[in-house]
Design a protein around this ligand. Structure first.
Ligand SMILES: Nc1ncnc2c1ncn2[C@@H]1O[C@H](COP(=O)(O)OP(=O)(O)O)[C@@H](O)[C@H]1O
Ligand SMILES: O=C(CO)[C@@H](O)[C@H](O)COP(=O)(O)O
Length: 498
């Protein structure tokens, strides 16, 4: 048999999938790693944790599947986006990675806006947001000059892991698009942005397409991972681009909802000139010369996992969510806004924090659980609304990620989005998209579309229930008013945060 492996370097864990030529998942392995929040708004990870976890996941995957090393033909990656890794001249990290959900860089964002003005949207196609990579580079240069002086190159999280496994350093277009340093439409590093911030050309890794081969596994890892040193390694893509590939979002008219640590509503775009005026992100797809627009809820699954960790640490998600489908829309008059770490879409606001509004003596824990799920979904619906106002049709949404594991949540998505919501038969998140890039890169298929026709299996859709849709239209209006009303309170509470 021959297989490919898709590795998804997520925020909470790395997941490796072993996939055969029919797209059947023949094995999976995951390893978690910690997040470090040393100050409010900070979020970092230890790069060595990613490497160790990835190698361990590969070892477990090959051992449990009982396959011969040369049966795996190709490997590719999906990675959490935007995280800054700075490497010294020996290719070693000079500090921990600063992640996509770290919001310490508001001042640097204002600096970028002052320096580039409207040129930024024209070139990078995205506004300066705290989570993106350029503001992080400027933060380290300003606050840790000694550390920055050691840095010779920057990369993103999955690029670093791939570099450690192959010895070859690259970045693919879909991930490079999230740095604010790429000319998105022209698919090249922007000289204008680079010069504006005095960065040297050698600081940038070479760009490649997601399905391109970038090397083979270094012999030192072969024994430990159970893979052959000859296994081909393909560049891979941003987790949202890979999530889209794995869900078959490869043509106009399809929308993706992904609820992982973050939450995303994503819509495929052929037209590189499409203008959302910065209201939605606009990035290169993992499919060549294609694009996607996307809105992001920073703390989507993270809000639910925060709730579970804080109020039910001993319970599984399935146990915590038991009975949540029996609570009517509106959670008994309880509203939640998921701004635990600030927000991105539609409010690019690092200072806002979340809230429960309407707590009543009759509420039980299950009402809070339902309110958290509804708040996350309302936040995603703000992006659905942006897309509809921009003239896009959103009537069929493919739902992936941890949030797609719960039927009540899938029904809630259909009712809040007012659209059919389609889960995948074998929900594997972005790892399947990464495996598809390897399968296409290995030449198993003529195109990603041909690969998707074999690998991607949509399940039965969840249809919107008209009564629930009506109730949610009213509740969504109330939800939207919470942001403006809690913003000043959040600002006044800021000094009390640790
Ligand atoms: N059984 C479940 N039911 C509902 N939500 C779940 C379940 N399991 C996980 N989740 C949610 O999904 C999130 C993790 O999703 P995942 O796609 O694995 O994340 P990531 O790739 O960001 O690490 C968790 O934070 C949690 O909120
Ligand atoms: O910042 C973004 C997208 O712009 C996030 O979607 C990250 O890419 C992290 O993803 P998950 O760990 O939630 O999958």
């Amino acid at each position: 048999m021959s297989y490919v492996i898709g590795i998804d370097l997520g925020t909470s864990a790395v997941k490796a999938l072993l996939v055969d030529r029919d797209g059947a998942v023949r094995g999976e392995a995951a390893r978690e790693y910690p997040l470090y929040h040393e100050h409010s708004g900070w979020s970092e990870q230890e790069p060595e944790d990613w490497v160790e976890a990835t190698v361990e996941a590969l070892r477990q995957l090959t051992a449990s599947a009982g396959i011969a090393p040369d049966e795996v033909e190709g490997i590719s990656f999906s990675g959490q986006m935007h995280g800054l890794m700075l490497l010294n001249g020996d290719g070693r990290p000079v500090r921990r990675a600063i992640l996509w959900n770290d919001t310490r860089t508001s001042e640097q964002c204002r600096q970028i806006e002052r320096t580039l003005g409207s040129k930024l949207l024209g070139i990078a196609r995205n506004p300066a947001l705290e989570g993106f990579t350029l503001p992080k580079i400027l933060w380290v240069r300003q606050h840790e000059p000694d550390v920055f002086a050691q840095a010779r190159q920057f990369v993103l999280p999955k690029d670093y892991v791939r570099y450690r496994l192959t010895g070859a350093l690259h970045m693919d277009y879909s991930d490079a698009a999230g740095t604010l340093l790429l000319d998105v439409a022209e698919k090249r590093w922007s000289g204008e942005i680079r010069e504006a911030f005095g960065l040297s050309e050698s600081f940038y890794p070479p760009l490649v397409a997601s399905h391109e081969p970038v090397g083979t596994l270094l012999p030192q890892w072969a024994g430990r991972t159970g893979l052959s040193p000859g296994v081909k390694v393909f560049a891979g893509g941003a987790d949202n681009a890979c999530g889209a590939i794995g869900a078959g979002i490869l043509s106009e008219g399809l929308t993706l909802c992904s609820i992982g640590t973050s939450g995303v509503i994503l819509s495929y775009e052929n037209d590189k000139t499409k203008d959302f005026a910065g209201k939605a992100h606009f990035f290169n797809h993992g499919k060549e010369d294609a694009y996607y627009a996307m809105g992001v809820t920073l703390a989507a699954g993270y809000s639910l996992s925060w709730f579970k960790k804080t109020f039910a640490p001993e319970q599984s998600f399935d146990r915590l969510l038991e009975g949540v489908g029996d609570v009517p829309p509106g959670a008994g008059g309880l509203l939640f806004t998921p701004y635990l770490v600030g927000e991105r879409t539609p409010h690019a606001d690092a200072a806002i924090r979340g809230s429960f509004i309407g707590i009543d003596g009759s509420h039980e824990r299950i009402h809070f659980v339902r309110a958290v799920m509804e708040g996350i979904t309302f936040s995603l619906n703000e992006t659905v609304d942006i897309f509809r106002r921009a003239g896009k049709t959103v009537d069929r949404v493919v739902s992936i990620g941890g949030g797609a594991q719960n039927p009540a949540w899938l029904q809630m998505q259909a009712d809040i989005f007012g659209a059919s919501v389609v889960p995948l038969e074998n929900e594997q998140g972005p790892g399947l998209g990464a495996a598809m890039l390897a399968a296409y890169g290995c030449g198993w298929f003529e195109s990603l579309e041909e690969c998707a026709a074999r690998f991607v299996r949509h399940g039965d859709p969840y249809e919107p229930n008209p009564d629930a849709v009506r109730a949610y239209e009213e509740l969504f209006r109330l939800y939207r008013s919470v942001y403006g009303q809690t913003r000043p309170l959040s600002a006044e509470l800021a000094p009390f945060r640790v």
